[in-house]
Design a protein around this ligand. Sequence first.
Ligand code: NAP
Length: 327
Amino acid sequence: MQKRELGRDGLRVSALGLGCMGLSYGYGPATDRTEAIALIRAAYERGVTFFDTAEAYGPALNEEVLGEALEPFREAVVIATKFGFRNGQPGDGLDSRPERIRQVADAALIRLRTDRIDLFYQHRVDPDVPIEDVAGTVKELIAAGKVKHFGLSEAGAQSIRRAHAVQPVAALQSEYSMWWREPEAEILPLLEELGIGFVPFSPLGKGFLTGRFGADATFAEGDFRGTVPRFSAEALKANQALADRVRELAETKGVTPAQIALAWLLAQKPWIVPIPGTTKLHRLEENLGGADVELTPDDLARIEHALATVHVQGDRYAPSHQQFVNR
Ligand SMILES: NC(=O)c1ccc[n+]([C@@H]2O[C@H](COP(=O)([O-])OP(=O)(O)OC[C@H]3O[C@@H](n4cnc5c(N)ncnc54)[C@H](OP(=O)(O)O)[C@@H]3O)[C@@H](O)[C@H]2O)c1
């Protein structure tokens, strides 16, 4: 698979990464450990060198599994993890105090079976800790050799600028896909100006863009999509028009909806690296095929036109979490 560079400090990764959250968090029961390890190794064998995890995804089930899976080829891969929630639990609120960041780094190094975190993101901006202190703490971790690169997630423009002035930011990880295009207004131009890479999370719209959630979809216990307004019965019904457009566009190109959704993101900027998540080998293979789909200027214009015909309904987060994003 082709490589891309995030930031201006030599962070080279495969054009598509693997998002590991769903292996243990957010979408229902955790995947069996042996199966999860096999999936992660299958991704590596198919050219993926960029793996995304977080303390918040359940440290024992996510960082530890990733650490075990990648240990045999550690030198050939880039591991990204995140700090920033109190006790590592999103439900407990935010905590980016410097002592906590240092603690999370040390614990993550052990769980990931490594001597350095390649990319260490602040998961959400913490209004109680100046972003300069966060950037300064990561800068010290970089000087100590425990961290290689600094990242932010769902940060607003001012936070990005302030953090970047203290410690250059290699990558911003925020939601971006055919059904959430807000970053195009202010964030992408800012990243281009500062030379920061962009890692779109939920690039398949948490699965919606693949067409698998019809108007009558229901979500299992522990699947947080069941609490997201955009996945409410009413919104799903209204948003089927988007899934239909994506399917039609995919058919025109002879590819799948997931592949066109990923190819479209890759076509936006050469410094964009989406991290689709899946727990299944056949979907991993399908998604990686998205990196081989070439979109011509005509294709992109057709997609732009088709997306403009649909108005997506429903917030992307429940009200309790909405306050944490883009600040
Ligand atoms: N920084 C943040 O705050 C943040 C927030 C959310 C996510 N993330 C990161 O971004 C990664 C990806 O985001 P995401 O997992 O939320 O969303 P996503 O990649 O847009 O979608 C994942 C969902 O789509 C399904 N799926 C994947 N490929 C498919 C295909 N080809 N056909 C049909 N269904 C498919 C998966 O189910 P199956 O497992 O059943 O295939 C899963 O339910 C996460 O793993 C995590 O690392 C970060």
